[in-house]
Design a protein around this ligand. Structure first.
Ligand SMILES: [Zn+2]
Length: 245
């Protein structure tokens, strides 16, 4: 069975910095990734595009953001989809939660990854967490008649926020992204509205790689991404199969 990862970002470029390597790694291992953005980040994360041309319409900015994310997703090997809910502020409605629930139910991911519940620097990121929290559990059949389609609860992670300590982020899972790091760099290069982040996240990949080496003793890990697991892990043995490239 194909392993499936669903990535849920509040804005259309969030995934590339925080989970670009994780996405490419799943794809490299034969898995399928749906890269879902709740909005384009047209107001809050497109400053460079507005500065370039203040007369641009919102629709034009969204179009550019869409193209950038599609390009980056193609490099990483995943499908990109944007729900266009609007940003700064993002509004959650019952209909939108239902829309996300349907997507989760239909895609039936093994794993979902999204933002942390706290981010003092961004009003939308914690809303993505809330939306995933509700939709994930609704997709498993909570509160609906048994005749409705339901899925097993996907494993759930938060990816690393930009200011981890101030967002209460505690990394407890590191993904070795060494073999796909060139793809992450190329994908980050597509996001010209936030080019300033590329160097920062290249450095962070090396720093997290250092941590992953120290934790595991695996000297081959050069670059890593850190995530925080939200729900406990259920294993069939205390000595798990560790797949290490
Ligand atoms: Zn964002």
């Amino acid at each position: 069975m194909t392993k499936k990862l669903l990535v849920v970002g509040a804005h259309s470029a969030d995934y590339v910095w925080r989970a670009g390597g994780t996405i490419a790694k799943v794809v490299e291992q034969g898995g399928e990734v749906l890269n879902l953005a709740l909005s384009y980040g047209e107001r809050g994360e497109s400053g460079v595009l507005w500065k370039e041309n203040p007369n641009r319409s919102v629709e034009e900015v969204k179009q550019i953001r869409h193209e950038m994310s599609e390009q980056a997703s193609a490099i990483l090997g995943c499908e990109f989809r944007c729900l266009d809910w609007g940003d700064y502020p993002m509004i959650l409605t019952d209909e939108r939660i239902e829309q996300l629930t349907e997507i989760i139910r239909n895609f039936a991911p093994n794993v979902i990854i999204t933002h942390t519940p706290k981010d003092p620097f961004n009003p939308d990121h914690p809303l993505a967490y809330v939306a995933v929290e509700k939709a994930r559990i609704l997709s498993t059949g909570a509160g609906v008649a048994a005749a409705f389609k339901r899925i097993d609860p996907p494993i759930w992670y938060c990816f690393e926020p930009h200011q981890p300590e101030l967002s209460g982020f505690m990394p407890n899972t590191f993904i070795d992204i060494t073999s796909v790091f060139d793809k992450k760099i190329a994908a980050m290069g597509c996001m010209r509205a936030q080019e300033y982040l590329k160097d920062y996240y290249t450095e962070l990949g090396a720093r997290r790689g250092n941590h992953a080496r120290r934790i595991s003793g695996k000297q081959q890990v050069k670059f890593a991404e850190a995530h925080q697991r939200v729900v406990p892990v259920v294993l069939d043995t205390i000595v798990p199969d560790i797949h290490f490239s």
